[in-house]
Design a protein around this ligand. Structure first.
Ligand code: PAF
Length: 380
């Protein structure tokens, strides 16, 4: 990851970019008298918990509200929607960019995860200028928190096995269900890093995407159970025009698999339609999830019938109808509580790749896609 520095003296607001990027393992740190900013912006870059706290503390004394948008970088429109939501209601927005090793299993894509610091910096600077142009916003994007692994994990690189020792936050059984069943250390890693981020930033509000429905439920639980004084705001999923939910991992897909990837959203839409149908039977699990399974099965059958060089195959990990607060599976939906329809599929690597074919980032490994639709509670 290249991380160019832009430094200004305290009296100057905007940064100018420097030409030689530091290595990610030993980021070049500006002297005490300089303030690093993202190029062409006044957005502060804070690379340690100490510098974050030095930035944060005076804001509390001035009664300024702070919104935190946690990310792992590889920013897309979904992240920008979170930042816009935060700027609408907070005086200062801080975006964390931290690729959290603890939420990746040993065999997952930590080493190939898209790392796009320059593009992220340019997007954030552009977004901040547009936030400034909109007088309806309460605040701006004030800072990026981009710590090193040793800042977030003072004991060193965190364990990635379920049995690893370490200082972890676990939330069970929620963290074991659905995504947690396939990724046993994922929610432990998310809960742990978010606890650290919340302790470091002490945000008034934190912003998460509905796209990661189980993560949003887990964060609400974390904040409630650990008495963390922040408000959790969940922002609607941003989608491509064909319904595919935006995700940093979509870059792995390549053109062939990208065409088939909306199958998950289409399946969930079929389930949502079944729930909305006027028949009373439409409230039970099989009547709701059956149509979703049918959509997935028919798309898979159509792909399987194609020549290997053209098709994109996938495996369905789960299609779920779950309680909106516990994520436990439901047999029937109580309309007064609503439910979450969610699913995960694994897009398999393209078979028989053709010369010059766009296979996606890192030559198109298996990609896990998740999505969900909320069946909102209705008041009688
Ligand atoms: O949703 C994500 O990008 C990550 O899980 C998060 C919340 C930034 C924690 O690393």
């Amino acid at each position: 990851m290249s991380r160019p520095l832009s430094t200004t003296t305290p009296s100057s607001a905007c940064g100018s970019s420097s030409s030689s990027p530091p290595s990610p393992s030993s980021p070049r740190r500006p002297s005490r008298l300089t303030r690093e900013t993202l190029p062409s912006s006044s957005i502060r870059v804070l690379r340690s918990v100490d510098s974050l706290r030095a930035w944060r503390n005076p804001l509390r004394q001035d009664h300024r509200t702070v919104g935190l948008v946690p990310t792992m970088g590889a920013l897309h429109e979904g992240h920008l929607a979170l930042i816009r939501a935060a700027a609408a209601e907070c005086h200062h927005v801080v975006v964390s960019l931290f690729l959290n090793p603890a939420q990746f299993g040993r065999n997952e894509d930590l080493s190939s995860y898209p790392s796009t610091w320059d593009a992220d910096a340019a997007r954030l600077a552009r977004l901040d200028r547009s936030l400034a142009d909109d007088a309806a916003n309460l605040g701006r994007l004030s800072a990026v928190f981009a710590p090193a692994v040793h800042d977030m994990y003072p004991e060193g690189f965190p364990g990635q096995d379920p049995s690893s020792d370490g200082s972890f936050v676990t939330i069970t059984p929620l963290g074991r269900l659905l995504e947690g069943a396939s990724r046993p250390t994922f929610f432990r890693g998310v809960a742990t890093v978010c606890t650290k981020l919340f302790n470091a930033v002490q945000p008034d509000r934190v912003y998460f995407g509905q796209k990661d429905a189980q993560q949003a439920v887990l964060i609400r639980r974390l904040v409630r159970d650990f008495l963390i004084p922040t408000q959790v705001v969940v922002v609607p999923t941003v989608r491509e025009s064909d319904g595919l939910a935006l995700s940093s991992r979509n870059v792995y897909l390549g053109a062939r698999r990208r065409n088939v990837a909306p199958v998950l959203h289409d399946a969930l839409l079929a389930a949502e339609r079944a729930y909305a149908s006027p028949h009373a039977a439409a409230r039970d699990r099989d009547s709701i999830l059956g149509p979703a399974r049918d959509v997935a099965a028919s798309v898979l059958a159509a792909q399987t019938a194609l020549p290997a060089s053209q098709r994109a195959l996938f495996e369905v990990d789960y299609l779920s109808l779950s309680d909106p607060d516990t994520m436990e599976e439901l047999e029937t939906v109580d309309p007064a509580r609503g439910a979450i329809l969610s699913g995960a599929i694994k897009m398999l690597p393209a078979e028989d790749p053709q010369p010059g074919e766009d296979l996606g980032h890192s030559d198109g490994p298996s990609v896990r896609l998740i999505d969900n639709i909320v069946l909102k509670p209705v008041t009688p």
